[in-house]
Design a protein around this ligand. Sequence first.
Ligand SMILES: NC(=O)c1ccc[n+]([C@@H]2O[C@H](COP(=O)([O-])OP(=O)(O)OC[C@H]3O[C@@H](n4cnc5c(N)ncnc54)[C@H](O)[C@@H]3O)[C@@H](O)[C@H]2O)c1
Length: 247
Amino acid sequence: MAPNENRSALVTGAAQGLGAAIARRLHADGFRVAIADLNIDTATALALELDASGATARALAVDVSDADSIHRAFADQTAAWGAPDVLVNNAGRTVRSSIWDITPEEWDAVLRTNLRSYLVFCQLAGSAMRDKGWGRIVNMASFAGQQGGLVTGAHYAASKAGALVLTKIFARELAGDGVTVNSVSPAAIHTPAMGSDADAAEIGRTLPVGRVGTAEEVAAAVAYLVGPDSGFVTGSTLDVNGGVFMR
Ligand SMILES: NC(=O)c1ccc[n+]([C@@H]2O[C@H](COP(=O)([O-])OP(=O)(O)OC[C@H]3O[C@@H](n4cnc5c(N)ncnc54)[C@H](O)[C@@H]3O)[C@@H](O)[C@H]2O)c1
């Protein structure tokens, strides 16, 4: 039996960008994949593309900024395929703004979407994984959470720094139960948010490796962390950043 067969993965923010690349990669690696997103039409299109029968891919409507919506989506997913074996917390708002312009309301909204959602999903999935004695959680963080970021706002950077420490806390809680919890910290990945190919090439020239990264390279990092060879890796952060930040 292939290592990931009979395992299911829930990927948030999977309708586009990094989340869609992660969903595609995990599906190709043998996982059944729940494509969770606010944008249910795009999530449904991807699920149908991966498996029109719905047996190994399904769209899941969720607004991660709303804890009740997360609870409903998790219950829906659990009723369909059982609690997920793999959780990838990826949905988030990438927000640019000056630290001098951030209102308290905007601060709360970004933290609610980008960080509180990770807490609620980790609580739900982590306790189910603990009961099963196996699980993998990956929290999508960012270079911004390590170094403050280049163009993104302080609320975004703070949410990603929070994701990094939340990863360590859940990792410690679940280490004895066969559940690993890790982060991936990307920077300068070529998604639509980056602009045109020319913009990406210009940004790439400023990086040590001389190019921007691809969504598939981030997905490969996630695939390692949720796959069969990473059971001794927990509480870590895998930097996928072209060498822009080295620790
Ligand atoms: N692209 C990069 O270079 C980069 C770098 C560092 C970190 N990241 C992180 O990677 C993750 C994905 O980034 P991306 O570039 O693919 O972003 P993106 O904006 O292309 O995609 C984000 C996805 O999340 C969904 N989403 C947003 N708010 C939601 C909500 N409230 N409920 C449910 N779904 C919601 C969107 O519909 C979308 O499908 C984010 O957490 C981001 O912070 C990206």
